[in-house]
Design a protein around this ligand. Sequence first.
Ligand code: NAD
Ligand code: WQD
Length: 335
Amino acid sequence: MAILVTGGAGYIGSHTCVELLERGEEVVVLDNFSNSKPEVIENIMKITGKQFKVYNGDILNKEDVLKVFSENDINEVIHFAGLKAVGESMENPLKYYQNNVVGSLILVEVMQQHGCNKIVFSSSATVYGAPEKVPVSEEFPLDPENVYGRTKYMVERILEDLAMADKNFSVALLRYFNPVGAHKSGLIGEDPEGTPNNLMPYIVGVASEKFECLRVFGDDYETRDGTGVRDYLHVVDLADAHLKALDKIRGENGTKIYNLGTGKSVSVLELIKAFEKSNNIKINYVVTSRRPGDIAECWASPKKAKEELGWSADKTVDEMCRDSWNYAKRKIGDK
Ligand code: NAD
Ligand code: WQD
């Protein structure tokens, strides 16, 4: 019996594969490598000392998905495969609806055909849009403000409806806040192509002198220092949540929804300072105007995940900064 990890070569998927393999689970990866590199697979094997099957295929291609299910005894799926760039999703909405929504539909159709009825889905805090207050808990109204967020919202509803119609189905919808950091080995981590959209990869880009200066998008928000406030969590803690979510849906049917964050708020300037202090590197930055579509603050109430999954994200912001930089340094060393 194996767990299919779609998008298992990606940032969060690769860290989750490591945790699954270290727990002794059997893993099969399906990834089209549109946003990841095959060397990630080698590095997962290096970290864990374990081999597993990898399919270079696309969830949009039903034949690819059928092949995985017919050649393996898949009884659970962790579904990471998806596109995630907010800006690109607004410019090219059909690409996002196609990949994220149609791709997920094809995947669950094949799951149903093969009697596989357990799925953990990578959703996002972005489904809440601009929350009325913080911390954000799971029953808050959903109002995604960009196409990417709407694809996550739609897939959540599709899976929820499926679990309503088929009482044997179990679904975990995991709404991630801001994952950062990397595995302590420095062998896997976040490696965006081109100019990063997110804060931590950009800070790392400045630290490695790829970019001269970080632009801080606004210091006139109603927050403690005027800059945007978020809930950053270490990707290894996040990976661990997937194992806990699997355990949960192994025992109970229906849909379970969890916010995954630390519950702690960190501003842009605080993250810059933490990075500087933990890595002893100066980060040049300049304050510019706000980024359109940004919200002032967003952090999770992690209470439900703690109570129902026994999970909490305990790694510190310093560890997140150190591990992000440790991974980047190794990449620079390789070049
Ligand atoms: P990632 O881009 O590093 O990983 C996604 C993986 O899926 C990549 O390896 C990519 O090649 C693969 N993929 C994409 N489309 C595919 C397709 N059609 N068929 C097969 N493989 C495909 O992203 P990530 O940061 O690891 O995110 C994983 C999931 O978590 C995504 O669904 C993302 O939307 C969601 N998420 C990410 C964040 C974040 O900040 N990183 C936050 C919330 C939610
Ligand atoms: C964090 C803070 C910025 C870059 C996005 C997606 C969301 C989710 C996570 C997938 C904000 C500021 C950023 C920079 C800056 N992904 N910033 N300079 O906006 O919380 O969420 O990633 O689901 O869907 O929207 O994360 O890292 O982009 O920004 O000042 O160069 O850093 O304004 O306050 P965000 P982020």
